[in-house]
Write a protein that binds this ligand. Structure first.
Ligand code: SAH
Length: 350
């Protein structure tokens, strides 16, 4: 039998396993704090644990570290992009961004993605597997170690669809915010989804303080279905119904993400439809210039984002324009992993 991934266990589960091993319950909390507070990933360095118990822990549990395969630093801003190699030689991306209020980390939730959004590089390299809770946590812990900074904000906007890996993402959020562990406030977490409607209802029930972001990108079903296949399963009206429910249950405002794409979603008629759709909803619109993906032809003309923001403003919709960070280091999700997977394939590797 394989070893148990200790960093994915909650305190209660760890307590039960230690009791089964004939240990005292309080040992679990000590170990939990070594991992989640002191971020010590070597059982031999857990100095208040007896040598005998440390040996038993090594036999029963594993701590899967992430390895920095590539680290790209932007020359324009302080954005740093990490390509991490996982224990099974898969790759994921994590992006560290500096803002006036502190450091924000963009983490991946899956190796690849199944959702097939046309403008997204993650869709091109294909789906491999879900990330475990520990692999999501380790993106934070390893990046903090690597960079020496404290992360104050977290966005689940890297590779993958978080609501397509629901159980692991929820376990990750519970571990991240555990009061005996890292104690990270979920108010400082944003979770972005392409719109898996049943999971939005499930998430609402948990009443977390996080910010739910919806990748909308069009208020027209025909146009949205073309660029986002998920719209064929859950259309805009079903999605907005789920959003209204989410807001009423959690009391939290939703962010709608909208990548302004030439000839797809930036006309006056698009602004009309969006204004009509969002009327009376407690929300905020975040406009994004499309990040160029080599294999695709989607573009955002120079002033298109500001123009569209102006169109929305005239219709009473408040929109902010997302700052583009790390534009010189392919910080758009999935681009670095796709390149590395391709390089390895060319070299006869995985
Ligand atoms: N699967 C989730 C989270 C990952 S993508 C989701 O769909 O929301 C994070 C955000 O980046 C989403 O809003 C996504 O639509 C957007 N995105 C992906 N590729 C992009 C690109 N090339 N240019 C601009 N935004 C992009």
């Amino acid at each position: 039998m394989g070893k148990i991934d200790i960093l994915s266990l909650d305190l209660q589960e760890l307590q039960n396993l230690l009791i089964d091993m004939g240990e005292k319950k309080f040992r679990a909390k000590q170990i939990f704090q070594w991992l989640h507070v002191k971020k010590v990933f070597d059982f031999d360095k857990m100095t208040d644990i007896s040598a005998q118990l440390r040996e038993s822990l090594k036999e029963k549990f594993c701590i899967n570290r992430l390895f920095v395969q590539k680290r790209l630093e932007s020359c324009i801003d302080n954005t740093v992009k990490y390509l991490y190699r996982l224990h099974d030689d898969n790759f994921i991306e994590t992006v560290l961004m500096e803002y006036s209020y502190g450091y924000s980390l963009c983490i991946s939730t899956q190796v690849g993605c199944k959702m097939g959004c046309q403008f997204c590089a993650s869709a091109i390299a294909g789906f491999v597997r879900n990330l475990t809770p520990s692999e999501m946590l380790m993106q934070i812990y390893e990046t903090e170690k690597n960079s020496g900074v404290k992360i104050s904000n977290l966005v689940l906007m890297g590779i993958g669809e978080p609501l397509d890996n629901f159980e692991n993402v929820i376990r990750f959020l519970n571990l991240l915010s555990h009061k005996d562990g890292n104690n990270f406030s979920l108010r400082h977490v944003s979770l972005s989804t392409c719109g898996i409607v049943p999971k939005i209802y499930e998430l609402a029930e948990l009443k977390y303080g996080l910010t739910l972001c919806i990748s909308l990108h069009s208020a027209d079903n025909t146009a949205r279905s073309k660029i986002m296949p998920v719209n064929r399963a859950y259309n805009i009206q079903e999605l907005l119904k789920a959003c209204r429910h989410y807001i009423s249950v959690t009391g939290r405002r939703i962010t709608f993400e909208y990548a302004v794409i030439d000839n797809v979603n930036s006309s006056d008629a698009d602004a009309d439809r969006l204004a009509e759709l969002l009327k009376g909803i407690n929300c905020h619109v975040n406009l994004i210039p499309v990040n160029k993906v080599r294999e695709r032809n989607y573009r955002t003309a120079k002033n298109a984002v500001a123009d569209f923001a102006g169109r929305l403003g005239k219709r009473g919709v408040n929109a902010t324009i997302r700052r583009t960070l790390g534009s010189d280091i392919e910080a758009a999700c999935g681009q670095l992993r796709r390149d590395t997977v391709n390089e390895n394939a060319l070299n006869g590797g995985a």
